[in-house]
Structure formats: structure tokens, C-alpha cells
Design a protein around this ligand. Structure first.
Ligand code: GFB
Length: 317
């Protein structure tokens, strides 16, 4: 089990998820972090990863490093999404096992589940039918990662396990107009429209797909909670348990930002999977529950966005 003095490697600590995990652990008194930026350690480079693990020997790893993006980035760059995510996962999981890491928490995404999975999505429907095509590349890499953990745990008795977060948002999100996920994409678009005095804002697709959103601080609490379990599940969903249509989400963002105009549609953009609500009963049974409501989370995210914009720290890649 993780102790206050455990040597903890948070892979991807500069990203939205990794940064939230480091903050949460720090607030709880953990201090012994191993952190490497991408330029210091390229997780796609097997030799460099093996050297890092051999020299540093982390006891606990939280694997929040990934090539991520919204629906358009996923469907435009499938080669990068599958290759980079597969390489990072297999290099790190294997090197961690070889160097004696006892605990490894791998983070995936609920897009690993079939496109037409039963709703809410239970963990046991993994690999039961075809994936959503817009994010198949990312999903395949993440499925490989969670299976690596499962098989190393089964064969070698190490505590390697996985969590599948639903769509995330929060401080440090990526606000790129094309590459981002829907929530930061809409915050940026409605904000720009308000500032420029535009009459309308265009959202992608029909607006009818249903999505579930989890604030990254709730996710970080869930991750730390999982790390503190003595016998964590191999695979567990981490979500809010609530869903909203993309059109209603757009209306909510418009209200928070204070944009009074109309909402129009760009039907040339993909809708993606029609519905993606995860079943969170497994994590709830272990004693974790989300706390931040969507409206509250969007309000604080808009404040973060304004502060990041003001200080020229806004991520847009
Ligand atoms: O968040 P998003 O890009 O990802 O899109 P997915 C969610 C929905 O919002 C889709 C619509 O139906 C989009 O068509 N949408 C409307 C927009 N306006 C916008 C906009 O301005 N930007 C974006 N991005 N979407 C991703 C996967 O799927 O979810 C990843 O591709 C990952 O692999 C991630 O799993 C969590 O929920 O469709």
C-alpha cells in the first residue's frame, strides 16, 4: 500500500490529470515525487524508460501520460494516437515490473468500451462488441495498457491496476479550437463570441449525443482513493454518473459565460458515440463518490480559463 514516504512517479505531471493528482497527493502530505517533463524523459523511448526506472526505482506509479484529444484530433491522427499511447504504456509497465515497482495505476478512458455498450456502461462489457470508429486507435492502445496491467498482476503478483475516467475537464485543460474536447472547446468559442459581439455560436454535430463529465479534482480524489485500497479492482470506471446532451451542455456554457445569442450546428463534424455514461457502482462500493456538480465545475473552469488567458498560460495545442 502507498505510504506517505513512498517514492511516487506521476507520469504526465504537466498535463491536466497529472497536475491534479500531484496537487491532491501534496495536500494529503505526500512529498516524495519523481517527476519528468517530456523533454527530460521521452516515454516512447524504450531504452530511456528502462534507464529511468532502473536508476530511480519508483515504488508507486500513476500513469497519467498520454497523447489525448477530442473527437476531431482522434479521428485525424489515428497513427499517432495508437503508436504513442501503445509505446508509452508498454515501455512503462514493463520497465516498472522489471525494476520492482509494486503499485502501478494505469489511466485509460471510457472510450475503450463498445460504441453500443449497455448504458450505464459496466466494466464487464469490455471487448463485447465493436468500438466507436472516431476513437478506435486511442481505445485499442488503452485496452492494451489495461490488459498489460491485468496480465502482469496475474502472472507476477504485482499490484498493477487500471481506472477508466469518463470525459474530464478542469484547470490546465487544452483549449485548442480544433483539437480540444467539447467542454473546453465550447468555453473558448462562447467566450470569443461574447467578446467579439457575435450573434451566434456553432457547435459540432447534431447536439444530440449524450456525454458524462467529471471534474479533474474529483478524478484526482478517486485516483488517490484507489491507490489506498489494499486489493484494488483490475479495472474500474471513474465517472460522475450524470449525463447531458451536447446541446444542453452548450446552453449551460452559454449561460455561465454570459453569451445571449443563438446556437447553430456544423453538421459536417462527427457526433461520435451516441451515449457514453459509465456505471460507477464498482468504485462507489469501495467508498468513493464524485462531489463537484457540472454547473459548479463549469463556473470554476470558466474562471480558470479567464485567469489562464490573462496570464498567457492558456494551453492551446
Ligand atoms: O469531447 P469530444 O471531442 O469527444 O466530443 P468524445 C463530444 C461531442 O461533442 C461530440 C460534440 O458529439 C462532438 O461532435 N461537439 C460539439 C464538440 N461541439 C464541439 C466542439 O467544439 N469541440 C469538440 N471537441 N466537440 C473523445 C474521444 O470522444 O472523448 C477520446 O475521441 C476520449 O478518445 C475522450 O475518449 C474522452 O466524447 O466524442
Amino acid at each position: 500500500m502507498m505510504q506517505l514516504e513512498s517514492k511516487i512517479y506521476v507520469a504526465g505531471h504537466r498535463g491536466m490529470v497529472g497536475a491534479a493528482v500531484v496537487n491532491r497527493l501534496t495536500a494529503l502530505g505526500y512529498q516524495n515525487f519523481l517527476l519528468r517533463t517530456r523533454s527530460e524523459l521521452d516515454l516512447c523511448n524504450q531504452a530511456a524508460v528502462e534507464q529511468f526506472f532502473n536508476e530511480q526505482r519508483p515504488e508507486v506509479v500513476v500513469f497519467a501520460a498520454a497523447r489525448v484529444g477530442g473527437i476531431l484530433a482522434n479521428s485525424t491522427y489515428p497513427a499517432e494516437f495508437i503508436y504513442q499511447n501503445l509505446a508509452m504504456a508498454s515501455n512503462s509497465i514493463h520497465a516498472a515490473w522489471k525494476s520492482g515497482t509494486q503499485r502501478f495505476l494505469f489511466l485509460g478512458s471510457t472510450c475503450i468500451y463498445p460504441r453500443l455498450a449497455p448504458q450505464p456502461i459496466p466494466e464487464n462489457c469490455l471487448l463485447s462488441s465493436p468500438l466507436e470508429p472516431t476513437n478506435e486507435a486511442y481505445a485499442i492502445a488503452k485496452i492494451a495498457g489495461l490488459k498489460l496491467c491485468e496480465f502482469y498482476r496475474r502472472q507476477y503478483g504485482v499490484q498493477f491496476h487500471s481506472a477508466m475516467p469518463t470525459n474530464l475537464y478542469g484547470p490546465g485543460d487544452n483549449y485548442h479550437p480544433q483539437h480540444s474536447h467539447v467542454l473546453p472547446g465550447l468555453i473558448r468559442r462562447f467566450h470569443d463570441a461574447k467578446v467579439s459581439g457575435a450573434d451566434s455560436v456553432t457547435i459540432w454535430g447534431t447536439g444530440s449525443p449524450l456525454r458524462e463529465f467529471l471534474h479533474v479534482d474529483d478524478l484526482a480524489a478517486g485516483i488517490v482513493h484507489l491507490l489506498q485500497l489494499s486489493d484494488p479492482p483490475d479495472l474500474v470506471n471513474l465517472g460522475s454518473g450524470m449525463e447531458i446532451s451536447i446541446l444542453d451542455l452548450a446552453r449551460l456554457v452559454a449561460a455561465v459565460v454570459g453569451f445571449p445569442g443563438a446556437i447553430t450546428h456544423d453538421y459536417s463534424k462527427p457526433d461520435g458515440t451516441p451515449r457514453k455514461l459509465c456505471d460507477i457502482s464498482r468504485i462507489r462500493e469501495t467508498g468513493w463518490a464524485p462531489r463537484i456538480s457540472l454547473e459548479e465545475g463549469i463556473r470554476s473552469s470558466y474562471q480558470n480559463f479567464l485567469a489562464e488567458l490573462e496570464s498567457q498560460q492558456l494551453r492551446s495545442v
